[in-house]
Structure formats: structure tokens, C-alpha cells
Write a protein that binds this ligand. Structure first.
Ligand SMILES: [Zn+2]
Ligand SMILES: [Zn+2]
Length: 250
């Protein structure tokens, strides 16, 4: 049993069998879940028509403004659900509730990437700044990546990407200022890179799938992809559980 399994076993013992969001009793059959089927059905899934690359609703005119500055190795990004109230609650539970088990529920909503990921792939969570990691005790993107790794049966490299500096909270920024806010925020963990190369898992032949909890403007994913591209990555995808609607941005 690894730490994560211990943690979920402990959670199972300590938690009442009720939905984390609406507190309805969960059927014993759904006991592995922490969000009830009704709450999950209320999540509004992100669906096409969308920009093939960033997965945002299709622009009315001309090329998509959201992803035209992305590094070329970042091929496409998909999210499971729009950031409505219930989805926001689920994200908060993952982020601040100290309930990593909810990661499995969120991962279950993320659709499999088709075809794009033929060949070996690996999941890479967006790292937290060290200070925030200390405060929170875990990285929510890491939890989500591990849950996806269990679901898709692909490995997770949690230490490959590192934050090279702290970034101010993104909440109130416009798409343009968000991009500036995260510029140069990520780098590669050299030790991890050389270990990977020793195991001849060459970064430029693998499909790298970056994992984050919420997609807001894509600035964070794009910047992380930039760091991976510098290290030689050529095929990068991104997945997030939630996606915020950007007002007046089409
Ligand atoms: Zn519920
Ligand atoms: Zn786009």
C-alpha cells in the first residue's frame, strides 16, 4: 500500500457514506465514490463545437485568440466540465478539503484522449510553488494526475516540472496579464531529467500530458508546455477537470 492508498482507506473509515457536495447518503455500491450520481449529472460537460486546439467554444470570427500564442508542441487541451457551482465545490474539496479521494471522481469525468496519445505517454501535474505545497500539504494537480494514471494505466512523473518562482494568484487577471504573470514560472528538474534519460525514456519521443485542476485562460498550461518544449518535448497535451468561462472572450 502506498501513502495514497493508506490515505483513502483511512478516509473510507472516517467519512460517513454521504455525498461530499449534497450530503445525500451514498449507496453502498457507490461507496468508492465521494460525489453522488445526481451531483455528477449536474456537472455541465464541455462539448464541441470547440477550437480543436484549446477546446474553448469556437470563435465567431477568424482564428482562436486563446491559443494562437501557445508553443507549437502543445497540440490540444481538453477539460471535463464547466466551472459551475457544483464543479467549483468539487474543485474546492480537492484543493482545500484535504480529501484526495475526490480526485478519482474528478478523473472519472475526464474523457480519454483519443488517438492523439498513441505510443508511450506520461502524465505531468502542474507543480505548486513550494510555499503553497507546504501550506496545503499536497498538490491537487498531482492527486488528479495520479487518479488519471490509475484510470488510464500510464505513469505519472510528478517531479519532472518545477516552479522556478512564485506567481501571484491568477484570479482577477485578464488573459493577457495572466500570460505575463506566469512567464518563466516553470523549469525542468535536472536530476529527474537525467534519470529519465538514463532509463532511455527520451522526452522527445513521448507524449506528455500536463494535468491541472482548472483551465482558466490556458496561460499556466501554455507556460508549462513551453518549459517542456525547451527540454525537447514535441507532443504535449493538456487535461483539466474544470474550465472557467471567460467573459467576452470569443
Ligand atoms: Zn450529491
Ligand atoms: Zn483555441
Amino acid at each position: 500500500m502506498d501513502i495514497g492508498q493508506w490515505h483513502s482507506a483511512l478516509e473510507q473509515l472516517l467519512l460517513p457514506a454521504e455525498c461530499l457536495l449534497c450530503h445525500a447518503l451514498l449507496s453502498p455500491r457507490g461507496a468508492a465514490r465521494i460525489v453522488c450520481p445526481l451531483c455528477r449529472q449536474r456537472w455541465r460537460l464541455v462539448r464541441p463545437p470547440w477550437c480543436e486546439r484549446c477546446g474553448q467554444p469556437e470563435p465567431h470570427f477568424g482564428p482562436c485568440r486563446l491559443c494562437n500564442q501557445w508553443p507549437s508542441a502543445l497540440k490540444s487541451v481538453r477539460s471535463a466540465a464547466w466551472l459551475t457551482e457544483g464543479v467549483q465545490q468539487a474543485v474546492y474539496a480537492l484543493k482545500y478539503g484535504g480529501l484526495p479521494r475526490i480526485a478519482d471522481d474528478l478523473a472519472a469525468a475526464i474523457p480519454q484522449l483519443h488517438g492523439e496519445t498513441d505510443g508511450p505517454s506520461v502524465l505531468i501535474p502542474i507543480p505548486l510553488a513550494r510555499q503553497r505545497l507546504r501550506e496545503r500539504g499536497y498538490n491537487q494537480s498531482d492527486m488528479l494526475a495520479r487518479a488519471l494514471g490509475r484510470k488510464w494505466r500510464i505513469p505519472v512523473f510528478p517531479d519532472l516540472l518545477v516552479r522556478t518562482r512564485e506567481t501571484p494568484t491568477q484570479t482577477a487577471l485578464t488573459p493577457e496579464t495572466r500570460l505575463a504573470n506566469v512567464a518563466g514560472a516553470f523549469g525542468m528538474n535536472n536530476e529527474e531529467c537525467s534519470m529519465i534519460n538514463e532509463r532511455s525514456l527520451i522526452i522527445d519521443h513521448w507524449t506528455l500530458i500536463i494535468v491541472d485542476d482548472v483551465f482558466t485562460t490556458g496561460a499556466t498550461l501554455a507556460e508549462a508546455a513551453r518549459a517542456l518544449e525547451h527540454a525537447g518535448a514535441r507532443r504535449i497535451f493538456g487535461v483539466t477537470f474544470a474550465r472557467a468561462a471567460i467573459p467576452d472572450f470569443t
